[in-house]
Design a protein around this ligand. Structure first.
Ligand SMILES: Nc1ncnc2c1ncn2[C@@H]1O[C@H](COP(=O)(O)OP(=O)(O)O)[C@@H](O)[C@H]1O
Ligand SMILES: [Mg+2]
Length: 260
């Protein structure tokens, strides 16, 4: 069998500026015998929307899992705002301002909107005795303010997340990222299983966040969703980056051809 991957000639016309928010060089990742990332360079500029595309198994999720601290690379370096970063866990990524929204977002369905909003980052209040207790009032108030900020008017902070639609859950996750002043939002197939209306809302959020200077890395199978909102398109195939160009230099038809 011929190695088709060897025949792919990468088209790379975008290079990082002097001050990208994320820059990775030479990333390698193996899962046992599977070479999931093969010497991948990747970057994202401040306030940029990067559309990340590729067939199933191309390595997209592996790349973003490394950036969000779910996995660590076997080789290669990551620089966040110019500093060498060792992203050893999701809490490290969050501290660096990187928030990730998956298809099934990291939410606990049985818990309330307010609890999910502050999960892992609960605010404390201190009484006279000096003990810290979770400030539930603040959680309720600020979660509702955060949701209003992204144009979501949900029933109330105590509503369990399981009562929300998929699109509303994505909205809560996006509002949460905004509240904690995330600098980079990574969305891995966030629009799968969403209605057209809900999908458009998620796409609108990404555009709004860009206006606020937030960087987004948006993964989707739907190239028609990715193309209009992206500033730049990065395509992966078989663990390699095969395309990295300004959006205007590639059409949806060309993207389809490259990744299939
Ligand atoms: N946890 C894992 N264990 C073993 N193999 C994995 C794991 N995650 C991904 N892979 C493999 O790594 C390759 C890249 O997968 P992935 O990054 O999920 O691709 P994509 O998100 O582009 O579909 C695939 O061959 C996949 O089967
Ligand atoms: Mg994936």
């Amino acid at each position: 069998m011929s190695d088709i991957a060897a025949e792919i000639v990468p088209v790379i016309t975008s290079r990082p500026s002097a001050d990208p928010i994320i820059r990775c060089t030479g990333l390698q990742k193996w899962y046992g015998a599977v070479h999931a990332l093969k010497n991948v360079d990747f970057h994202a500029e401040r306030g940029e929307v990067v559309g990340l595309v590729g067939d199933n198994g191309a390595g997209k999720s592996t790349l973003i899992k490394i950036l969000s601290g779910v996995h660590t690379q076997d080789q290669g370096r990551i620089f966040i705002e110019g500093k060498d970063a060792s992203i050893t866990g999701p809490e490290v990524a969050m501290r660096l301002g990187i928030e990730t929204i998956y298809q099934y977002t990291a939410m606990v369905p049985e818990m309330s909107i307010a609890q999910n909003f502050f999960i892992g980052r609960e605010p404390l209040k201190f009484g006279r005795a000096g003990f810290g207790v979770v400030d539930r009032k603040k959680m309720r108030r600020e979660s509702m303010e955060g949701l209003k900020g992204v144009g979501l008017h949900l029933r109330g902070p105590d509503t369990p997340v399981k009562a929300l639609s998929g699109g509303q859950r994505q909205g809560v996750a996006i509002a949460r990222a905004m509240h904690f002043r995330s600098k980079v939002l990574i969305l891995d197939e966030p629009t799968n299983h969403l209605s057209v209306k809900e999908t458009n809302k998620v796409l609108d959020h990404v555009v709004e966040l860009k206006a606020q200077g937030v960087t987004s890395i948006f993964i989707s199978h739907n190239l028609h969703h990715i193309h209009p909102i992206s500033d730049r398109i990065v395509a992966m195939a078989r663990g390699q980056k095969v395309l990295d160009v300004p959006r205007d230099e590639v059409s949806v038809e060309e993207m389809t051809r490259i990744i299939s």
